[in-house]
Design a protein around this ligand. Structure first.
Ligand code: KG4
Ligand code: ZN
Length: 334
């Protein structure tokens, strides 16, 4: 079964072709980083306009890469939410139009579901049920994944997402956008114990996250150093800030695994590409006898391959093809 996946929920216009849920024939991601970098974050209207410019070309390129024509596609899978409405509408309307005009069945896919299942694009896969930590620019959530369509939310951020914290701190320090990869690189030369930044545990068995206090602690630290005319050690600052996030994310993910009795743990989402977090998950998960599955880096950040995969699983489960599928901005999990 050949699935064409389309993703446009934020600042990546992406299309992918997946055969039988396993063989990736094409995976095209057009990133808008250059457009949003001067603003230190995604500007929704600019993102929508860029999706309009890109969508047709990106889908065309994916089909060419796969050496296929639309007539050979068995199903369309498109992100329907959560995300920026103006952005979602472009990919969604594009897919819906293809579906109606070319009579190709279409399913709407939840973006988070895509991240939760993206590990099945890797060679080694977990067994259900597993714990999945999705840390991205929009979400920091822990799920119990019981099946390809059964997800239980165990914990989520009460304020900023982990990636959002990386991006905001990078903006404060004038390091560039997106902040995650930049801070990750700078942190390599620093001491993670140089500055004792706070960890918001929110109670000893809580699985929720809160990163806004950490961000404020960084602001206060920088302001105090400036007031005293003391230099900033950016590498130490990045390493200590990163460690605070890595510590909380790893601890809570392992806590969720031990509470649910799951042996398999998955790390996904853009922040899942962070080297220190990957290392920490493997180390601490291994010490607790867990099987840690790291989503390949290229599938951590937004892509359409994970949407095609989640769509394929829906088709396989005989999901109802929903012609009135619509977009939504907020997460459907609560
Ligand atoms: O999953 P994603 O591409 O988009 C959302 O669904 O939000 O995640 C993007 C986020 C950004 O905040 C970016 O700074 C962060 O993931 N990110 C990283 C790394 N690569 C991307 N954060 C930490 N370390 C990285 N290597
Ligand atoms: Zn995402």
């Amino acid at each position: 079964m050949l699935i064409l996946g389309i993703e446009s929920s934020c600042d990546e216009t992406a299309a992918a072709v997946l055969a039988d849920g396993k063989i990736l024939l094409a995976d095209v991601v057009n990133s808008q980083i250059d457009i949003h970098a001067p603003y230190g974050g995604v500007v929704p209207e600019l993102a929508s306009r860029q999706h309009i410019r890109n969508i047709s070309y990106v889908v065309d390129t994916a089909l060419k890469e796969a050496d296929l024509t639309l007539d050979q596609i068995d199903g369309l899978a498109v992100t329907e939410g959560p995300g920026l409405i103006g952005c979602l509408l472009i990919g969604h309307t594009f897919a819906k139009t293809l579906s109606l005009v070319r009579k190709i069945p279409m399913v709407g896919v939840d973006h988070l579901t895509g991240h939760l299942l993206s590990i099945f694009l890797a060679d080694e896969n977990p067994a259900f049920p597993y714990i999945a930590m999705v840390a991205s620019g929009g979400h920091s959530s822990i799920f119990l994944v019981e099946g390809s369509e059964r997800f239980k939310l165990l914990g989520r951020t009460r304020d900023d997402a982990a990636g959002e914290a990386f991006d905001k701190v990078a903006k404060l320090l004038d390091l560039g956008y997106p902040g995650g990869p930049i801070i990750g690189k700078l942190a390599k030369g620093g001491d993670p114990e140089a500055i004792d930044f706070p960890r918001a545990w929110l109670g000893h068995d809580d699985l929720d996250f809160s990163f806004s206090g950490l961000k404020t602690a960084v602001v206060n630290y920088v302001n105090q150093r400036k007031k005293k005319h003391l230099a900033l050690n950016i590498a130490d600052l990045c390493a200590s800030f990163q460690e605070a996030i890595v510590d909380v994310v790893t601890t809570k993910t392992l806590r969720a695994a031990s509470r649910t009795g799951c042996r398999d743990i998955v790390l996904a989402g853009g922040v899942g590409a962070n080297q220190r977090l990957r290392e920490s998950m493997l180390q601490r998960g291994g010490a607790e006898n867990k099987n840690v599955f790291l989503t390949p880096e290229r599938f951590c950040t937004d892509n359409a391959a994970m949407i095609a995969l989640a769509g394929y699983l829906k088709f396989k489960d005989n999901a109802e093809i929903c012609p009135d599928s619509d977009v939504y901005s907020r997460s459907i999990f609560s």
